[in-house]
Design a protein around this ligand. Structure first.
Ligand SMILES: Nc1ncnc2c1ncn2[C@@H]1O[C@H](COP(=O)(O)OP(=O)(O)OP(=O)(O)O)[C@@H](O)[C@H]1O
Length: 246
């Protein structure tokens, strides 16, 4: 990667599914230690981009580097990243603690003190010996987040981390994002909940129809918005048909 201060860099990144272009040549940079809010309407290409950056799918053209490594070097990149997808990958038949111990073992990162500390921090310690299948959505989301943080990744990818959570659980997740960013972890946060982005993101990128149509600090974007002053106004402006045709 050209700059050590970049956690993520993409150059002309493209993803096609047959004739359909989901990601249309995006050039994206995310500074190390920052929180990047990744926005865009349904079908804009966010999940496709995240799947490339987390090595789950390959780009059809262009390149991407994460934590200084090309995503084509899958084994190295996965050591440096944590990923909480919209549906956390959990085994219903395991207990919460077994789930975390299993993942820690797979990653060769068997730090049981860290497992216990994270269970406590997320208020999961009392339920850690219950099966995951009996957990509520919020508990599963929190367990998924702990799982993504177990190996103290350099870059944490979060896809809709607060959706379906009650206010207390959502607050815990937002506080955690703040804390991990303060500890120099880069957070790549994809969500439709704009106040969360407004609160947490240092930089925002808006994807529309596979293209990056706006990028900057939330305040910068709202200052140059044509109408209104909130991130929602900016979002609605840059993702409108009118704007795309200009
Ligand atoms: N496996 C696939 N095969 C074919 N087309 C796909 C596939 N995955 C995504 N697409 C298409 O690519 C485009 C971008 O989809 P993507 O899921 O990346 O968008 P998104 O921004 O994550 O949307 P949402 O906010 O609804 O989750 C959409 O038109 C979608 O239909």
């Amino acid at each position: 990667m050209s700059s050590p201060t970049l956690a993520i860099r993409t150059d002309g990144l493209q993803k096609r599914y047959g004739d359909a272009v989901a990601v249309d040549g995006i050039d994206l940079t995310v500074e190390s230690g920052s929180v990047f809010g990744f926005l865009g309407p349904n079908g804009a290409g966010k999940t496709s981009t995240i799947r490339i950056l987390t090595t789950l799918t390959e780009p059809t053209a262009g390149s991407a580097h994460v934590a200084g490594h090309p995503v084509s070097d899958r084994a190295t990149v996965v050591e440096h990243i944590g990923f909480l997808p919209e549906e956390p990958p959990l085994y219903d038949e395991l207990t919460g603690r077994e789930q975390l111990e299993y993942i820690a073992g797979l990653r060769g990162h068997e730090d049981w003190d860290r497992v216990e500390a994270l269970l406590s921090r997320f208020d999961l310690a009392a339920d850690a010996d219950r099966r995951v299948g009996t957990y509520s959505k919020g508990m599963k989301q929190k367990l998924g987040l702990v799982q993504a943080l177990l190996h103290d990744p350099d870059v944490l990818f979060l896809d809709e981390p607060t959706s379906g959570l009650d206010p207390r659980a959502a607050r815990t997740v937002r506080n955690t994002i703040d804390e991990v960013a303060a500890a120099e972890t880069t957070v790549f946060l994809s969500t439709h909940i704009l106040p969360v982005v407004e609160e947490l993101a240092d930089t925002v990128g808006v994807l529309y129809d596979g293209e990056l149509v706006a990028e900057g600090a939330p305040a910068e974007l709202t200052n140059r918005a044509e109408t209104g002053t909130t991130l929602e106004d900016v979002f609605l402006d840059v993702t409108s048909e009118d704007h795309a045709q200009r």
